[in-house]
Ligand binder design. Structure first.
Ligand code: PMP
Length: 279
């Protein structure tokens, strides 16, 4: 497939990066994952704004103007296989001698690839485990430094679960690679934005769509005890969409089946996507 690397469009097999790239030596960079439906980039403005914010928080300038990002993404999405794709883009602080200290002269490395995206079928429900949030204090940055998340997802997969839902000081933060919603007495709750969680693009969209459709949804701290007694649990992310969690640490969530609010939310989300991809 065709990828973009520092100004060039090349085959993935041809792309080369120095071992002194700070992404490799320090995990010093940020990224985005953006879904594409019918060759149209979904929630592009929101993803580019979050990228801008991640860069600012790690003291980097955005290496490309918005119009250039759009032009590059359009070309990749047009030339690569699949009407539906997922874009992975990463910006690192570039190549430098291995020294923690950085300066403004460093030339960012920009790498972008896409792959075909299968529409998820979430109707069966999935399992999750609950784990202490062992990540750092700045989880609102979409940093490429993902070792804790990799280990947490490994633990989840060893337990036959899809996701690890994380708890920090008694409160649910998010999943290792997703945001978390719970349902209780017909209402939907999700933890408020803070430095302890990534402001998910899907999270924002789900809140907006639920409210537009008359389903009560609020941002409110969720203690672990409330997670464990919830009627429904969902996790959200751009490529997985809305996933009903039907088993938590081996125990049934509610009836053990995807719940009625999930059914409703999934329908609303599907219709919104469909509307988007037809325009
Ligand atoms: N939280 C974390 C830690 C994530 O890595 C992700 C994305 N994989 C999300 C939440 C969901 O974000 P989005 O809806 O923007 O994909």
């Amino acid at each position: 497939s065709l990828v973009y690397l520092n100004g060039d469009f090349v085959a993935l097999e041809e792309a080369r990066i120095s071992p002194l790239d700070r992404g490799f030596t320090f995990g010093d960079g940020v990224y985005e994952v953006i879904p594409v439906y019918n060759r149209r980039v979904f929630r592009l403005k929101e993803h580019l704004e979050r990228l801008e914010n991640s860069l600012k928080l790690i003291y980097m300038r955005n290496p490309l103007p918005v119009e250039e990002w759009k032009r590059i993404l359009d070309r990749l999405v047009t030339e690569n296989a699949g009407d539906d794709q997922s874009i992975y883009l990463q910006v690192t602080r570039g190549v430098s001698p291995r020294d923690h200290v950085f300066n403004d002269e460093m030339q960012a490395t920009v790498f972008i690839m896409t792959k075909p995206l299968e529409q998820p079928d979430n109707s069966a429900g999935s399992a999750a485990i609950v784990r202490p949030d062992i990540r750092w204090q700045w989880c609102h940055i979409k940093a490429i430094t993902l070792l804790p998340s990799v280990l947490l997802r490994h633990e989840a997969s060893l337990s036959g679960a899809r996701e690890a839902i994380l708890v920090n000081q008694g409160l649910v933060t998010e999943g290792a690679a997703s945001n978390v919603f719970i349902c209780e007495s017909g209402k939907v709750l999700t933890p408020p934005k803070s430095r302890q969680l990534l402001p998910g693009i899907t999270r924002d969209l789900v809140i907006e769509l639920l409210q537009q459709n008359g389903i009560e949804c609020s941002e409110y701290p969720v203690p672990e005890t409330q997670l464990r007694s919830a009627d429904e649990i969902w996790i959200t992310s751009s490529t997985q969409e809305i996933v009903p969690i039907t088993v938590l640490d081996g125990e049934m969530v509610g009836s053990g089946q995807p719940g009625p609010l999930w059914q409703h939310a999934a329908r609303i989300y599907r219709d919104f996507k469909q509307e988007f991809s037809q325009h």
